[in-house]
Design a protein around this ligand. Structure first.
Ligand SMILES: [Fe+2]
Length: 377
């Protein structure tokens, strides 16, 4: 190795971009997908994953910023994964198939619950768990979003992360939380529309609530699971509509549940229509996109049916986190007022023009004239 600084040699500590997490997933021996988005989590290639006794691939998209990560795991027909525990958080969406998960290594206090496509659940940190395929003929596949990168880089010690004897009693919660029971945090408790549980049986049909601040008749519901610093939310928007652009910190894994459309993403210091300044990601059920740190992004229902997505992200309402990673509470306030959102009246007309062109190909009509001041009769 040569260097322009004679005082620095190859065997001295130096600033590295290669992290403890990078070293760990390299050892895992499965693919690692990078980039802006994944077209379809249901069909990404998975390879034998010896440690967990299944098939899998890591997914580290640019927008996660190495704060969190994701992976797809596939359990062969009749198979079960190796049990594990770890001190990072993990949220799971079942993509295909059905099965069950055992939680806890104490036989007297072990829980199990069944899941199927569309189920969402969270494994409390440092609790033993094991996933099993419930079918003898079809594979079962899920996507997990975890806080492994942040956790592993902070401690850079795999023994501490995977073989830690500490019991987080405060994270385990009641046994009924894995049976789909929970409680709704409402405006009267100071937290809006957040369902607190460890298990959501079917995210495809879970009821949502109007969120007028994000515009155009959209609705959403938040989930607080397993006493985590991560959170989740579902957002749905009607045919012919799109949401307002906004920006926030890294790590929001947006996974399309139903509908077709696209997202536009651009750096906050630029314009969506500068040369090379905008990225368009077309999506359908199974797609995943993670907006990069601080980039504006805007989601469009480009099809003829309602569109719904699930986001696994930082920003728990129960447990605050670092400013800049989770800017909860600011993302639906206009940038002109110090928030992170671009109001419809401030967006560039070409945004709507592109939308009209896209949606007309799907045989639907834009309903945005009622929301955008310059388009009102
Ligand atoms: Fe967002």
């Amino acid at each position: 190795m040569t260097t322009s600084n004679p005082e620095v040699t190859a065997d001295q500590p130096r600033i590295v971009k290669y992290t403890a997490y990078d070293a760990f997933i390299e050892k895992e021996g499965i693919p690692n997908i990078t980039g802006f988005s994944v077209d379809d989590l249901r069909t990404v290639e998975v390879k034998p994953w010896e440690r967990l006794d299944c098939l899998g691939t890591y997914i580290n998209l640019d927008g996660a910023g190495k704060t969190n990560d994701s992976y797809v795991a596939e359990i062969p027909p009749g198979g079960k994964m190796a049990p594990e525990k770890h001190i990072f958080e993990k949220n799971i969406l079942v993509l295909e198939g059905r099965g069950a998960t055992l939680v806890g290594d104490d036989p007297g206090n072990r829980q199990s619950f069944e899941w199927k496509r569309g189920s969402v659940f969270s494994i409390p940190i440092n609790v033993w768990h094991q996933h099993m395929n419930g079918s003898g003929t079809d594979p079962a596949r899920f996507v997990a979003v975890t806080t492994a990168p942040l956790t592993m880089n902070l401690f850079h010690n795999e023994g501490f992360v995977f073989s830690n004897p500490y019991v987080f009693e405060d994270r385990i919660g009641g046994s009924k939380l894995f049976q789909g029971e929970g409680k709704m945090w409402t405006a009267t408790t100071g937290r809006t529309n957040a369902w607190e549980t460890n298990f959501v049986p079917d995210i495809e049909t879970f009821a949502t609530f109007t969120w007028k601040e994000r515009g155009a008749g959209g609705s959403h519901v938040k989930f607080e699971m397993a006493e985590q610093t991560q959170t989740a939310h579902v957002s749905e928007f009607p045919v012919g509509t799109y949401k307002k652009a906004h920006r926030h910190g890294p790590g929001a894994h947006v996974i399309i549940i139903s509908g077709t459309g696209y997202s536009l993403l651009w750096p906050s210091h630029g314009s969506p229509h500068e040369e090379g300044g905008m990225v368009r990601v077309d999506w359908r059920p199974g797609s995943m996109v993670v907006p990069p740190n601080g980039w504006f992004h805007q989601h469009f229902n480009g099809g003829s049916t309602p569109a719904r997505y699930l986001a696994f992200r930082w920003g728990s309402q129960k447990y605050g986190f670092s400013l800049g990673v989770a800017m909860e509470g600011e993302t639906d306030v206009s940038v002109k007022l110090g928030g992170g959102q671009i109001e419809y009246e401030d967006e560039e007309p070409a945004i709507h023009d592109m939308f009209v062109e896209t949606i007309s190909k799907a045989g639907a009509e834009s309903q945005m004239a009622q929301f955008i001041p310059r388009l009102k009769g």
